[in-house]
Design a protein around this ligand. Structure first.
Ligand code: UGA
Length: 433
């Protein structure tokens, strides 16, 4: 099939490349000329394991191309995926749909034959209806179908999630486009992926409800971890004990810092504001947002306690600053709350991240990037394990720590407190009282 992905961010690029690998002809379109020039040369704008190899392979076999020419790309394609960003609108909780509607207007002008227009970006309930209205201004009803096909890709695991999805959700209000989309996904369905066909609005809501539920699960375990800390219980025992109940499931029950990234914080806000619009109060999700926003403050209080509130001139080393491992994404990472706060209180912060220097900390003069783990940890007062990179999972702290008073605050519970005790290393973690 001939596909066009509009927007070469995470969603568009990963999905486009994977669709081409399944044998389709895919054009990935973006307004950003630099990005397209680089992609044509195989230079990838994001860190995603395995993506570069797939781009190279599919450019070579001529199934994948990159272009800034939206008009001709639309004309050449049968299915068009809208993959542009839906960030939070400044000063509100709503998703900003400007980019989506701009694309819809461009599509309206360039439909030359029947096209299936698919929203892959996370768009609020009824956005498909609004896109349809825009298209109808210039086209008759039988020229297009608007379908919702949300993505469930995790950064860092995006290719695997695409190839082995738990489910493929297609929300189409007509049978023709449902049939065509099912055919597009048939190689994945043949490998066991479940295909769920719903109404367009239901598909839109499935995406938001799923992200909000996962965010709730994490926040729930984080709050239970707070209770464990006060009662000398190990949070891992609780997570395992709960997770063994198949109705609950064991995934997304890892306690840690506040959840972050480009999706959960934005999508939890957007679903509550959509619900408000329909006069429905999503109180559970609202309290999840609040609890998560308080989480960095709560963990910082534990840092203050370590130093008896005397933060000035303390040397603090962060291992990992991205919102999770296997990504270079800093969006809504809890390090963006914690590091500036500690720096303002007079601490000297060094950080190491496998994805390198971060411009986000440029303005803080006592925050510096270390090129290696050992440099980062050299004669430090406190080590904060912030992100669960494999690189940090089996460090020999007896060699790395040069100052016997150094304390480790492991926010991802990567190490055993008992083993640390045996090594005489001062060690704190999350939810392990
Ligand atoms: C999330 C969803 O998992 C994807 O299914 C979805 O497609 C994507 O958003 C999206 O809407 O595009 P992602 O943001 O890449 O994917 O990251 P996750 O792996 O879900 O992690 C989100 C946050 O939750 C991270 O800060 C992570 O550290 C935290 N987390 C996750 C925990 O604290 N504990 C856990 O057990 C799991």
């Amino acid at each position: 099939m001939r596909l066009c992905m509009i927007g070469t961010g995470y969603v568009g690029l990963v999905s486009g490349v994977c669709f081409s690998d399944l044998g389709n002809n895919v054009i990935c379109v973006d307004k950003n000329i630099n990005k397209i020039n680089n992609l044509q040369k195989g230079i990838i704008p994001i860190y995603e394991p395995g993506l570069e190899e797939l781009v190279e392979k599919n450019i070579k076999n001529q199934r994948l191309s990159f272009s800034t020419d939206l008009k001709s790309s639309i004309k050449k394609s049968d299915i068009i995926f809208i993959c542009v960003g839906t960030p939070t609108k400044k000063g509100s909780s709503n998703a900003d749909l400007k980019f989506i509607f701009d694309v819809a207007k461009d599509l309206a002008k360039n439909i030359n034959k029947f096209k299936i227009i698919v929203t892959k970006s996370t768009v609020p309930l009824t956005t498909g209806d609004d896109i349809e209205k825009i298209l109808l201004k210039k086209n008759s009803k039988n020229k297009f179908a608007v379908v919702s096909n949300p993505e469930f890709l995790r950064e860092g695991d995006a290719i695997r999630d695409f190839i082995y999805p738990d489910r493929i959700v297609v929300g189409a209000n007509d049978t023709k486009s449902n049939r065509i989309l099912k055919n597009l996904y048939s190689p994945l369905i043949a490998k066991g992926a479940k295909y769920l066909s719903t109404s367009r609005r239901a598909a839109e809501l499935i995406k938001y409800a799923s992200n909000a539920f996962l965010a709730t699960k994490i926040t729930f375990i984080n709050e239970i971890a707070n209770l464990c800390e006060k009662t000398k219980i190990n949070i891992e025992d609780i997570a395992i004990g709960m997770g063994l109940d198949e109705r609950i499931g064991s995934r997304f029950l890892r306690a840690g810092p506040a959840y972050g990234g480009s999706c959960f914080p934005k999508d939890t806000k957007a679903i509550t504001s959509t619900a408000d619009k329909f006069k429905t109060n999503l109180t559970v999700i609202k309290s999840v947002i609040k609890s998560n926003e308080n989480r960095s403050q709560l963990l910082l209080k534990r840092v203050y306690k370590i130093f008896n509130n005397k933060i000035k001139n303390k040397k603090i080393s962060f291992l990992g600053v991205t919102f999770k491992a296997n990504t270079d994404d800093m969006r809504d990472s809890s390090s963006l709350t914690m590091i500036p706060k500690l720096s303002k209180m007079g601490a000297y912060i060094r950080y190491f991240d496998p994805t390198g220097y971060k411009k986000e900390f440029k303005e803080y003069k006592n925050v510096s990037y270390s090129k290696s783990i050992s440099r980062c940890l050299y004669k430090t007062d406190l080590i904060i394990i912030h992100t669960e990179w494999n690189d940090f999972k089996s460090l020999d702290f007896t060699k790395l720590i040069k100052n016997k008073k150094t304390i480790i605050f492991d926010m991802r519970n990567l190490y055993s407190p008992q083993k640390m005790l045996k090594k005489n290393i001062r060690y704190l973690s999350v939810g392990r009282g």
